[in-house]
Design a protein. Sequence first.
Length: 268
Amino acid sequence: MVKALSFKGDKKPKSRKRKVPQDDDDPDATDSKQLATTTTASAAAEEDDSWVSAEATGDVSGPVIFVLPTEPATCIACDANGKVFPIAIENMVDGDPTTSEPHDVSQVWVANRVAGTESFGFKGHHGRYLGCDKFGMPHATSEAISPEESWIVIEAPDQAGAFCLQTAREKFLTIDDDKAPPEVRGDADTISFSTTFRIRMQARFKPRLKANKEQKAQEKISRKELEDVVGRRLEDDEVRKLKRARREGNYHEILLDVKVKGKHDKYA
């Protein structure tokens, strides 16, 4: 479920959760501490509302903004009536569009795959989907996804980390900045600079970042779990060695050494 968005400057509610000290090298770490640490890490991942850049089509998920190739930087927004237009981006670091974050919900679209297809649907803040009619005019007026509200996200061939949005009519979303004010359209025939956008998204929805956080959580293990795997009580230095191996990636090799050592000690 997508949580309510927060923006820079918003006050965050104070957490009343007790902090759990983390010491992976403590051989006497209890199961309760282990569970609390893992739970805290998982909660932190779920609360991560920072914004990052999508790098591949498979990254695109959850709340996103489409950063347009304009000067000054703008992104695609819509009003309550479904009118689609470019709006200036206020939240950037040193004027760098690749660090863009939304300052208003009108700039945010929730990306989801259309079931059984390679297409995406992008739902606006008012519960309607981004679409494009046969005349090349974008809109956000439909409460359901039809072919007009289905988009193919294509990685730009000559620009890493950039994307093009293709309509069901095989046209591309573009920005016409020759007009005043600039106009978003969906009738470009070919990929060009004006059809190439950056997609910014919330970090907690990015698959690779989520995988990294899950991997770090899996690196945590208690003394009891280690002793269950080895099949005997462990010395303090053995616990430290196994925990360190979990972090460094040679856990199974060290585990085998510890098991072999136990058998030698048993028959010595």
